[in-house]
Design a protein around this ligand. Structure first.
Ligand code: UGA
Length: 439
């Protein structure tokens, strides 16, 4: 059992703290937000994540998990301290390290024993060395820096923590790396031990590669639209080649969320700063930008949206099973619809509150029926199960004009055609196509 402090109770810090407590470590999580800490102390998670609340409550009850706003409680007498604060997008796309630096200073000024400082936040190459330098310049206690990037997906975080593909641990002082590796023994996940800089880059390279796969398949989808091929058949045929793999080949309206857009930009910016232009990744970002416009381009082709058209936006979260709306393609669609003077109703089962922060004056609903009642066009942005499980009749019976622009390919175009829906999706030959591919 180790005594662990965690700085930051955002997505990464909270899930890390809860999961480390679950396997038996004693964990104290720190945040500057009094409100958040009070909520967490009462066993409620500020983020929506399946399974998190139960595990949080259990570990608080069993006294392995504590929350505080007091630095001494979080940092003193700890074997290890995790830095899990945000690294938001800076002015020129680079990662803003001000929170990381601040925490490093506070750790240095608070610790009363030697410790290991582990950075979980996504940080540019060289940041762990900087953290170590900051601490060394302010205290005589030793604090070896270890990079341990996070690979959790939102909406699957607890599952991923226990069944991830790998754990990456990078450090320049072998005993510290070994000690961090030992921390993860109960998870029984392959560990990659490496130097600090390589570990830092593994995180960016992994996210950038996944983003590249998405932009690649979206480009193929666009070619499909020009040529009459079907992107789902193409993705399946490609993905069965194990060297390519089936995952992250789902064409759609483009990637969003708090990670891919930010991390791809940070990597291009980091490369440029190092003197290297990452051409391919710049193209990945450009393709994603264009893809966010895709549904609106299609709607424009049909002059579907006029002033006063009643338009339903179905799904606000950047993907299902999360209430996170950061960089969601829904934002662009809503802006465009507003610009055209459409009468918008926005549906999401759980993310409406988060979107209210961006568009306070919009009409929101958590009822799919209400969103579709009388609608003259619907834009599917998130592939929520609540949307995918509907039959064509659901749309024809509620909508005034059953016209659907689907950014997530939720339905079989042939079924929609038979059901009387005017259905437009991504990379499939619109209404005339019927899926014949066996699964
Ligand atoms: C991503 C990575 O998958 C995690 O491994 C990583 O830890 C995390 O970022 C992070 O850096 O913190 P996440 O942002 O939760 O996780 O979401 P993903 O499930 O990867 O999806 C990202 C976006 O890509 C979503 O908008 C999704 O709709 C889109 N996507 C994904 C596609 O358009 N097509 C696909 O085939 C897959």
């Amino acid at each position: 059992m180790m005594n662990i402090g965690v700085a930051g109770t955002g997505y990464v810090g909270l899930v890390t703290g809860v999961c480390l407590a679950e396997v038996g470590h004693r964990v104290t999580c720190l945040d500057v937000s009094e409100e958040k800490i009070q909520l967490l102390k009462s066993g409620q998670s500020p983020i929506y994540e399946p399974g998190l609340d139960d595990m949080l409550q259990k570990n608080i009850r069993e006294e392995r998990l504590h929350f505080t706003t007091d630095r001494t409680e979080a940092y003193q007498n700890k074997d290890m301290i995790f830095i899990a604060v945000g690294t938001p997008e800076g002015e020129n796309g680079q990662a803003d390290l001000s929170f990381v630096k601040k925490v490093a200073v506070e750790i240095a000024d608070t610790i009363t024993n030697d410790t290991i400082v582990i950075t979980k936040s996504t940080v540019p190459v060289g940041t762990n060395e900087m953290v170590e330098d900051i601490i060394r310049s302010r205290t005589n206690h030793t604090a070896h820096a270890v990079s341990n990037p996070e690979f959790l997906r939102e909406g699957n975080a607890i599952h991923d923590a226990f069944h991830g593909d790998r754990i990456v641990i990078g450090g320049n002082y072998e005993p510290a790396v070994e000690k961090v590796a030992a921390l993860y023994t109960p998870f029984d996940i392959p560990v990659v031990q490496t130097d600090t800089k390589s570990a830092e880059l593994i995180k960016y390279a992994s996210n950038a590669f996944l983003a590249t796969k998405i932009s690649f398949i979206n480009e193929i989808a666009n070619i499909c639209e020009f040529t009459g091929a079907n992107v789902e058949a193409v993705a399946k045929g490609m993905g069965l080649d194990k060297r390519i793999g089936t995952q992250f080949l789902k064409a759609g309206i483009g990637f969003g969320g708090s990670c891919f857009p930010k991390d791809t930009k940070a990597l291009t910016s980091m490369s440029a700063e190092a003197g290297y232009e990452f051409r391919m990744l710049n193209a990945v970002l450009e393709v994603n930008e264009l893809q966010h416009n895709k549904l609106m381009d299609k709607a424009n082709e049909y002059s579907a949206i006029q002033k006063g058209t009643k338009a339903a936006v179905l799904g606000l979260a950047f993907k299902p099973n999360t209430d996170d709306t950061r960089e969601s393609p829904a934002i662009r669609i809503i802006e465009e619809l507003k610009h055209k003077g459409a009468e918008i109703i926005a549906y999401d089962p759980i993310a409406t509150d988060k979107m209210k922060a961006v568009f306070p004056d919009l009409t929101y609903t958590d009822s799919l029926e209400e969103a579709l009642n009388g609608a003259e066009a619907a834009f599917i942005i998130t592939d929520w199960a609540q949307i995918k499980e509907q039959a064509p009749a659901f749309f024809t019976s509620h909508m005034k004009r059953p016209l659907i622009f689907d950014g997530r390919n939720c339905f079989d175009p042939g079924d929609m055609l038979d059901g009387g829906v005017h259905y437009h999706s991504i990379g499939r030959s619109g209404n005339s196509f019927r899926m014949t591919m066996s699964t």
